[in-house]
Design a protein around this ligand. Structure first.
Ligand SMILES: C[S@@+](CC[C@H](N)C(=O)[O-])C[C@H]1O[C@@H](n2cnc3c(N)ncnc32)[C@H](O)[C@@H]1O
Length: 280
């Protein structure tokens, strides 16, 4: 099996829309008219869910009317949030066809087709002209991509001079290999974590200026503590995308991820970069 088909195996379910409808109905929400709030536990498919999207969006110097790219857009929760918040247009691209179809479907249900659109594609060879976007972001995607230099080059290519790039990523900390499965990979064959320093250097090598770079490990641990306390009280945790997507595997995924954060083998980071304007 090659890496792409292993990734498809990991992410695709084939029945995700049906599972989402069931989850929404169990929450007391209307599956035919889902609101951003009712979808938020499911359609922000990254560590800390909506909380991380809100924080990542605060790093974005986005303005109304801009064209923004979401690289690895998943089920589209972040793209719809960013489009609404900044009154801009967000294009999402993702490798997994099922996610693109579901993202587009949820966008239609929320009547946001004029603000967000999704298409299937590879972040390493994006079907966009050079300098097509004012800004781009990517949340929890690069850990599936081995060739980071090619990824950063491609991100740089599609941005206008002066354009911004925001990353919310998972990086490799100290203390050795991580345990599988995780939310992003069933095995080390599809998991490619860089250290924070390698990430920073890769972005610089691609031609970006790195303006902000921070670890969110403490926030992630605190979010995990709060979520576990809610579960103990018999409440649903705020972030349920892993359960929705990974089903029976979710318990092992969560246990491995919590251990990785607890002992610092997995370190989430947030980065703001800029593609410099050419010298006058
Ligand atoms: C953990 S999910 C994050 C989804 C979304 N960014 C979010 O935060 O809700 C990782 C996503 O990366 C996508 N992905 C992985 N490798 C990719 C590639 N080479 N090109 C485009 N998307 C990719 C997967 O299909 C999956 O949707």
């Amino acid at each position: 099996m090659n890496t792409d088909s292993e990734l498809q195996d990991h992410y695709s379910r084939g029945d995700l829309l049906a599972r989402l409808r069931t989850a929404l109905a169990e929450d007391g929400a209307d599956p035919d008219h889902p609101t951003p709030d009712s979808l938020a536990p499911y359609d922000h498919f990254h560590g800390r869910g909506l909380e991380a999207t809100l924080e990542t969006a605060r790093l974005m110097p986005a303005r109304a009317g801009q064209r923004i790219l979401d690289i690895g857009s998943g089920l589209g929760g972040p793209a719809r949030y960013v489009a609404n918040r900044f009154r801009c247009h967000v294009t999402g691209i993702d490798l997994t066809p099922e996610y693109c179809e579901l993202a587009q479907h949820l966008t239609r249900l929320q009547k946001l087709e004029d603000r967000t659109s999704f298409q299937q594609g590879d972040a390493l060879a994006m079907p966009f002209e050079a300098q097509a976007f004012d800004g781009a972001y990517s949340m929890n995607v690069s850990m599936n991509i081995e060739h980071k230099a090619a990824l950063y080059r491609e991100m740089h290519r599609v941005l206008k001079p002066g354009g911004w790039l925001v990353l919310s990523e998972v990086s490799r900390g100290e203390g050795g290999d991580i345990d599988y499965p995780t939310a992003w990979a069933d095995s080390a064959r599809t998991s490619f974590l860089s250290t924070p320093e390698e990430t920073r250097q890769g972005l610089l090598d691609a031609g970006f200026e790195v303006l902000r770079f921070r670890s969110t490990l403490e926030k992630t641990r605190a979010f995990g503590d709060r979520s576990r306390a809610m579960v103990k009280r018999g409440e649903k945790p705020p972030h349920r995308a892993v359960m929705l997507i990974h089903g029976e595997k979710a318990r092992a995924v969560m246990a491995n991820t919590i251990r990785g954060f607890a002992d610092g083998r997995i370190v989430p980071i947030e980065v703001l970069c800029r593609k410099p304007e050419p010298a006058a």
